[in-house]
Design a protein. Structure first.
Ligand code: OVM
Length: 400
């Protein structure tokens, strides 16, 4: 433990500047190398980008509270744009909602979805494998989760077109109210109203995750309000993230032809490839926590009430954790311990669903595509906290 206190490195660069967003890793490396904790003048928050400090913040939920929200402002002081979610709560409120959710979504309940989740991936990849190339984002990554996930929750067809733009609002609100945020919120009321309608008990089919969450009300575990918010959490967090996860995995694998060849020989390694790709190109790059009590982190004093911007994507490339080749993809690396799904109390509940979606798409593509390579520059999405691409042209040769 370092007991000598020091001042944080001061950064004037804005992590939410579109130029930094388009090419984040040089900035993130400077942030990591500047020391354990930095201070960002642009946002008035502290920043952690090293694996050790990110891990400490994520696992010490008493010091680094979620109840202030994941954005730069404290939602308890300023008006929040929607009622707080499980993700914006601390124990004991968090504990009750988390228990209800893990009762519904866990490796056991998710295993049953492999059957229904497979045919849409077969259909999409079969059609794409007939082409000489396609756009891995618009032709595949954006299509697949929308084909399987809303059905798994059990919501009506009507209103599904609002899911992707709603997710875009929710996640962009974890950053400042810049032009990116304002664009995401331009039609916000319509998206929010449609998604809230899909969360109601009357909207659910009888078997999906939504109905199972509502059943927890009958069991006396949660209130109706909490059931609505838990279904909302699935619909908020379950679409954009998996689209970016699939897109980012393909963006990485298109650059590593030897890895693709190795995976074709051994498709059971697909799940490891997905984890290593999530480490390298983490869809959820950053969010804030609120300092609950005066504390010291990495030798820097943090005052209660201030925000800390937690750079998951930078921790996942920290050479002190992953070695000097942290910026490269390697199937020989053990990527377990990455924080792409977070860590600790709030670690992604939906991750068995997300992992299965990503693995199925990759396995089905591996079966039908012999080689895949970039066919033009990927176009990064300008998004406050998610890392991904709006376009990723690839050329392929079909397996025969
Ligand atoms: C929620 C929620 C929304 C966005 C993301 C998330 C990554 C959760 O409404 O609970 O977790």
């Amino acid at each position: 433990m370092s007991t000598i206190l020091h001042e944080p490195a001061i950064f004037t660069e804005d992590p939410f500047d579109p130029a930094v967003i388009a090419d984040p890793y040089p900035f993130l490396a400077r942030l990591r190398e500047a020391g354990s904790v930095s201070y960002l003048e642009a946002t008035g928050s502290y920043a952690v980008a090293g694996y050790e400090e990110v891990y400490e913040v994520l696992t010490d939920f008493e010091t680094y509270s979620s109840a202030g929200g994941l954005g730069p402002r404290d939602i308890r002081k300023d008006e929040a744009w929607r009622p707080p979610s499980i993700l914006e709560s601390d124990p004991p409120i968090h504990t009750v909602m988390r228990r209800a959710l893990t009762g519904v979504i866990n490796p056991g309940t998710v295993r049953a979805l492999r059957g229904p989740f497979t045919p849409p991936a077969v259909e999409l990849t079969t059609a794409l494998a007939k082409l000489q190339g396609f756009d891995a984002i618009t032709d595949l990554a954006e299509k697949y989760p929308l084909r399987v996930f809303p059905d798994a929750v059990g919501i009506p067809e009507e209103g599904r077109e609002h899911l992707l733009p709603y997710g875009n609002m929710v996640f962009n609100a974890f950053g400042p109210e810049n032009y990116i945020f304002k664009q995401a919120f331009a039609q916000g009321d319509a998206h929010a109203a449609a998604v809230m309608k899909s969360c109601q008990r009357e909207s659910m089919d009888e078997v999906g995750f939504g109905a199972q969450i509502w059943a927890k009300v009958a069991e006396g575990l949660i209130s109706e309000q909490q059931a609505t918010l838990l279904v909302r959490a699935l619909l908020s967090a379950g679409v954009d993230t998996t689209i970016f996860g699939i897109g980012n995995t393909l963006s990485v694998l298109a650059r590593y032809p030897e890895a693709w060849a190795q995976l074709r020989k051994n498709p059971s390694m697909a799940k490891f490839a997905v984890d290593e790709a999530l480490r390298l190109e983490s869809p959820f790059q950053k969010f804030h926590r609120t300092v609950a009590v005066d504390t010291v982190l990495g030798g820097v004093k943090l005052e209660a009430g201030t925000k800390v911007l937690v750079f998951l994507g930078a921790a996942n490339r920290d050479p002190r954790k992953w070695g000097e080749d942290a910026d490269s993809f390697s199937l020989d690396r053990s990527s377990s311990g990455h924080v792409a799904f977070g860590m600790g109390l709030h670690q992604c509940v939906g991750q068995p669903i997300a992992r299965m979606e990503m693995e199925i798409v990759l396995q089905q593509l591996l079966e039908r595509v012999q080689t895949i390579e970039p066919a033009g520059a990927p176009v990064p999405i300008i998004h406050n906290v998610l890392r991904g691409f709006e376009s990723l042209p690839v050329s392929i040769t079909a397996a025969r």
